[in-house]
Design a protein around this ligand. Structure first.
Ligand SMILES: [Cu+2]
Length: 173
């Protein structure tokens, strides 16, 4: 290796030349593996349709098994919850509820108000989730925007002849 002099020598001594050489080699590799990861991701998304509950437009599926099972605060509803994607992510999520009464019958005709809530910070979100009934006993909650990492609650109020509520928590990373 020829002797370096002046500013160039100092530059090399600081490790800058090695950094550059490594960078020039690594960068194209990264681009290639990123492209490969993207292609694999698209393939997986396309194959996701076989899973049964896929929604190609959102690129995310609901899990086959419920992620959380709980009883409402007044005990009137048995609640099974799935999210898409699963587990729920920082960003926009969809949730699907399967609600049954204490006798095990699907609970239909409920109006459901939903508010994402971050107890540690005392705030919710400005995006209001949209709820629709899919029946029998199934409901979908769209536009659940967990916009920061941390513990979020999905505060839900169920209204029919009587009201009930539940607030399952999600650890968002
Ligand atoms: Cu917060």
């Amino acid at each position: 290796m020829p002797a370096l002099s002046g500013p160039l020598r100092q530059y090399a001594a600081a490790g800058a030349l090695e950094g550059c050489a490594a960078g020039c080699y690594v960068q194209p590799m990264n681009v290639r593996s990123y492209a490969r990861a993207l292609a694999v991701g698209l393939l997986v998304s396309a194959l996701g349709g076989c899973g049964g509950d896929a929604d190609a437009s959102a690129g995310a599926t609901f899990s086959a098994e419920p992620q959380q099972v709980l009883t409402s605060d007044q005990g009137r509803l048995h609640i099974e919850i799935r999210s898409a994607p699963h587990p729920a992510v920082r960003g926009v999520n969809r949730f699907r509820l399967y609600l049954t009464d204490p006798a095990g019958a699907p609970a239909d005709g409920l109006a459901i108000a939903v508010q994402p809530w971050m107890p540690a910070h005392g705030h919710g979100t400005s995006v209001v989730p949209q709820t629709m009934a899919l029946g029998p006993g199934q409901y979908e909650i769209d536009q659940v925007y967990f916009y920061m990492a941390g513990d979020w609650q999905l505060r839900m109020t169920f209204s029919a002849a009587e009201t009930d509520s539940a607030a399952p928590s999600f650890d968002i990373r």
